[in-house]
Ligand binder design. Structure first.
Ligand SMILES: [Fe+2]
Ligand SMILES: [Zn+2]
Length: 476
């Protein structure tokens, strides 16, 4: 991903590390420009910005290194940019003190795992060549460490062998794992709620022309879960052509794309005219499809009803946790079973997937939600969990209906609603055609591809901050 030359790698690291001086006003290290063809060489430069300045200033990175446990790093220019290192705990820990007097601590085994020397990291592929599990951490010590230019050079005593290697200082800064640094990253990736229910709008013509406009659209999806794209050409292939500006579309059991059009003999209730309650599409898959694009080709004025509805399942799940912690805990613990069984079709499917409605990580943060009453198979849980499950589901369903994140929108021809199917639940109101037509063309993008594109554009076009959590079970 970063294999071409001179990509900008942003530092997420250690501004939030333990600070020992609130009065110390440091220039802020925003990015390191790394010519990645010689990633291991000492040719990096830092983009440095004062806390109250907006324009980055590029300064060269050079070192005045004392080859000792206490090495001082300095930058060219009038400002002195210092980092010092100290080996502690009998070689188990390396502590870096950054120039703003914050500290980061790294275990010797962590540094060994991240050694970037040519024996440990393959040039070009950037992949690791070491099996860290073969190293016994109880035998490993840092026997020497020094800073030279932008590189931490380390000698590890591994018991039977000694390894000389190196770790770039920007890697340390980006990956600082102090409590403060991890908290700050979480703050950065926290999702947002729409204000006043106004859906962000972006123009197709801008997006096809400009990466900045592309980022703006993707960031709306990333921040709020959805956005409307206007002015998409009115032909049936347009939505896929548009989606594939991001990545190849994701196939579902209905193919690469599908039509939402009234059918008197529907193979899916979406193809009828009945109301559709909130749901996650493809809920019966291990990984439900990602960003859903629904392009409106026709929605005649005589059609009564048929508005699209949305609700933010992540935010409502947080509301459930706050108001009804017992029900929240039940939906985290007791699994539902989702299914799609349809054998009387060209490609018969028999899919079942059992998983809880809400998934949390080791820090009890929500990392996935799925909701799809239409696709629920008979509950298969212990007898004592049956009633709590249905009670919790009843309460969560009510919160979804009453949520202030609930939106209703009538798509117009040429508009395409684009939303994260892992976070936003969707549905539609029932309709009567009255001689008119309602015709949408839909497709999906893989959520990991969308997040990747968003993050890349945030680095090249935006602030370099972290993309938000997208509901794909990722803990970041
Ligand atoms: Fe749907
Ligand atoms: Zn190495």
């Amino acid at each position: 991903m970063f294999s071409s030359a001179a990509k900008v790698l942003h530092l997420f690291g250690c501004r939030g590390a333990r600070s020992t001086s609130s009065r110390f006003r440091a220039a802020r290290v925003d990015a390191i420009q790394v010519p990645t063809s010689d990633f291991h060489e000492r040719t990096s430069s830092l983009v440095i910005r004062g806390d109250d300045e907006n324009r980055p200033v590029v300064r060269n990175f050079s070192a005045s290194a004392r080859a000792s446990q206490h090495t001082v790093l300095q930058l060219d220019g009038t400002q002195s940019q210092n980092a010092t290192i100290e080996v502690q705990d009998d070689g188990r820990i390396l502590e870096v003190t950054w120039r703003d007097n914050t500290h980061s601590r790294y275990h010797g085994i962590w540094l060994r795992h991240n050694c970037q020397c040519s024996d440990c990291k393959q040039a070009f592929s950037g992949q690791s060549l070491i099996e860290v599990s073969e190293i016994d951490p109880s035998q490993l010590k840092i026997s020497n460490a020094k800073l030279i230019d932008d590189m931490l050079e380390v000698e590890w005593d591994e018991g039977q062998t000694v390894h000389h290697g190196k770790v770039p200082i920007h890697l340390l800064h980006e990956n600082c794992y102090s409590e403060e640094a991890r908290r700050r990253r979480k703050d950065e990736s926290r999702i947002k709620q729409l204000h006043g229910g106004v859906i962000p709008r972006h123009c197709y013509h801008d997006i096809v022309k400009s990466d900045t406009a592309m980022l703006s659209w993707l960031q709306s999806i990333n921040d709020y879960g959805l956005a409307v794209v206007t002015d998409i050409p009115l032909h049936e292939g347009a939505v896929v052509e548009f989606a594939e500006l991001v990545s190849p579309v994701q196939f579902g059991i209905y193919g690469k794309t599908y039509d939402i059009k009234y059918n008197p003999e529907p193979i899916n209730i979406a193809y009828s005219s009945v109301p559709l309650g909130f749901h996650t599409d493809y809920i019966y898959l291990e990984a439900p499809l990602g960003v859903h694009l629904l392009h409106c080709l026709r929605f005649d004025p005589e059609v009564k009803g048929g508005e699209s509805i949305f609700v933010d399942a992540f935010l409502v799940a947080e509301e459930l946790r706050e108001k009804h912690p017992d029900h929240f805990e039940t939906l985290v613990r007791v699994p539902a079973t989702f299914q799609k069984i349809h054998v009387d079709r060209d490609f018969p499917v028999y899919m079942k997937f059992q998983t809880p409605t809400i998934t949390v990580n080791h820090e009890k943060e929500i990392v996935a939600v799925r909701w799809g009453p239409y696709f629920e198979a008979p509950l298969q849980v212990a007898e004592e969990d049956v009633l709590p499950y249905y009670q919790a589901q009843h309460v969560f369903g009510k919160l979804l209906q009453q949520s202030e994140t609930r939106l209703k929108y009538r798509l117009q021809p040429g508009e395409c609603v684009t939303f994260n199917n892992r976070r936003l639940l969707h549905g539609r109101e029932g309709f009567t055609l009255n001689g008119g037509m309602r015709f949408f063309k839909g497709c999906y993008l893989n959520i990991d591809e969308v997040k990747s594109k968003t993050q890349l554009l945030m680095i090249t076009e935006g602030t370099g901050k972290l993309a938000k959590r997208v509901g794909n079970h990722c803990f970041l």
